[in-house]
Design a protein around this ligand. Structure first.
Ligand code: HEM
Length: 127
């Protein structure tokens, strides 16, 4: 119906679980990105991103219950994010989005948001 959230429209938790799991499989094998993440805790990072995206798109607000206000740019300050990190992140996310095989309009909405959000996370100039 008209009042259905994007979260429900794309298939709810299961869809975000698949998206983020696919993404982190890419990160786990990426020589640029893997060193940025906790050595022994990619599962924790996977859960945080999944809960954030679920909340952002209108699902349960478990993310903020556990982590507080997202303040994503601030939370990324400890990591150097230049275009090389940005491009690697988005490339894995693109693979993950395509793997969902969503209807085109929903896929575009999700992808456009991720492109915008990723560009806003760049916090260091290219060398
Ligand atoms: C956390 C890297 C973009 C959402 C993290 C972490 C790293 C990272 C290294 C710490 C992992 C952890 O949680 O232990 C990057 C890089 C990006 C990027 C290199 C390239 C542009 C984004 C974007 C979003 C996002 C676009 C949102 C759409 C998050 C969230 C967390 C996180 C929700 C967990 C924050 C927390 O609660 O502590 N990111 N990220 N990231 N990232 Fe990103």
């Amino acid at each position: 119906g008209e009042s259905q959230s994007f979260y429900d429209a794309v298939g709810g938790e299961e869809t975000f679980r698949r998206l983020v799991h696919h993404f982190y499989q890419g990160v786990a094998a990426d020589p640029v990105l893997r060193p940025l993440y906790p050595e022994d805790d990619l599962d924790g990072a996977e859960e945080r991103l999944r809960l954030f995206l679920i909340q952002y798109w209108g699902g349960p607000s478990t993310y903020s219950a556990q982590r507080g206000h997202p303040r994503l740019r601030m939370r990324h300050n400890p990591f150097v994010i230049r275009s090389v990190e940005h491009d690697a992140w988005l490339r894995h996310m693109h693979d993950a989005v395509l793997s969902l095989k969503l209807p085109e309009d929903l896929e575009k909405r999700l992808w456009d948001y991720l492109v915008y959000a990723a560009s806003s996370m760049i916090n260091a100039p290219d060398a």
